[in-house]
Design a protein around this ligand. Structure first.
Ligand code: SAM
Length: 249
């Protein structure tokens, strides 16, 4: 049985996919999906020797070598262009996810779907998707073992779309989310909060952002004792941030 977090990611992998799971660690996700006969092929990519060996053992133990290939390498270097149609990258920081995707953009041409689960820096991932013209189609937030996770699902815009059609669709998706919130959120904010999550406003979402407000408040209180100028600036930002959040949650 998968963890709740990995199950959410698994649920968003389309049936009969050829999957690349990058940073696969013990290859739990592709192993589960192959056992369920949900995917036809998988590449489990790992850069580090320990997790790579663990992935190889896992796949061998499950006798799934004909479906899952474990490859050692950095990010998308383990994938050939047009070899997979879905990529999952989970359990690392948003900055690292973005640098993996960016370094491997030439490998994404045949890929239809990305399922990404940044542990932090979700806004960096949303920003990258937008810049690279991937449509953010869904988001999910969940809590497991006292930690909160966000999972993002992105797809290629409809084939044949021109760049400006994408920009239009992306803009109207974000804009309609803003309207649904009942007030206009700054775009930077929406990238942080998530256009879908900030509309849904689930209990977990509220918990995450209340925690964040408390954290910022603590930082400010500590800073107040040291650098006055920086603190003033930060406090100003924080007050704006808090009032936006309080309106939302
Ligand atoms: N994806 C699994 C999950 O979500 O449960 C494992 C997450 S684990 C915390 C992150 C894994 O990513 C580690 O096993 C690490 O070795 C691997 N990793 C980090 N940077 C990587 C890179 N540039 N290319 C491939 N794997 C990487």
């Amino acid at each position: 049985k998968l963890s709740k977090r990995l199950q959410q990611i698994a649920d968003w992998v389309p049936k009969n996919s050829r999957l690349a799971d990058i940073g696969s660690d013990h290859a739990l996700l592709p192993t589960y999906l192959a056992k369920e006969k949900h995917i036809v092929k998988a590449i489990a990519g790992e850069v580090n020797p320990g997790p790579f060996d663990a992935a190889v053992r896992q796949v061998k133990g499950a006798r799934l070598e004909s479906i899952i290939e474990v490859r050692r390498g950095d990010g998308l270097a383990v994938v050939q262009a047009d070899e997979v149609d879905c990529i999952t990258i989970a359990g690392m920081g948003g900055g690292l996810i973005v640098s993996i995707l960016q370094a491997g953009v030439d490998k994404l041409s045949g890929v239809q779907r990305l399922v990404l689960q940044p542990n932090v820096g979700e806004d960096l991932v949303r920003q990258w998707l937008r810049e690279e013209k991937w449509l953010l189609k869904a988001e999910h937030i969940l809590e497991e073992d006292g930690k909160i996770y966000e999972v993002l699902l992105a797809e290629r815009p409809i084939e044949g779309w021109q760049a400006d059609e994408f920009v239009q669709a992306d803009k109207s998706m974000y804009a309609s989310r803003q309207l649904a919130c009942g007030f206009v959120l700054d775009e930077q904010w929406l990238l942080k909060l998530g256009p879908y999550l900030s509309q849904e406003v689930s209990d977990v979402f509220i918990e995450k952002w209340q925690h964040e407000v408390n954290k910022q408040e603590r930082i400010l209180n500590t800073m107040a004792k040291s650098d006055a100028e920086e603190t003033a600036e930060r406090r100003e930002q924080f007050v704006a941030y808090k009032s936006e959040l309080e309106e939302l949650i």
